[in-house]
Design a protein around this ligand. Structure first.
Ligand code: FES
Length: 65
């Protein structure tokens, strides 16, 4: 599913970028161009950042247990 229509960026690409180390909207803008056009995708990209980082934190907690 496209999150950023202006730049043709999909949810999968954003998730991959976050899993590879993107930590902020600025990182996603630099790497993928997200939110560098109309800005309609900004909130969704921020939600994905929070969601994926929470999943990663949870996964690392499980591995440590
Ligand atoms: S939809 Fe992402 S900048 Fe327009």
């Amino acid at each position: 599913m496209y999150i950023c229509v202006c730049n043709g960026v999909t949810e999968r690409e954003i998730r991959s970028s976050i899993e590879a180390g993107a930590r902020s909207l600025d990182d996603l803008q630099r790497e993928l161009g997200v939110a560098s056009g109309c800005g309609q995708c900004k909130q969704e990209a921020k939600c994905l950042l929070r969601e994926v980082r929470r999943e990663c934190l949870f996964a690392s907690t499980l591995q440590a247990a």
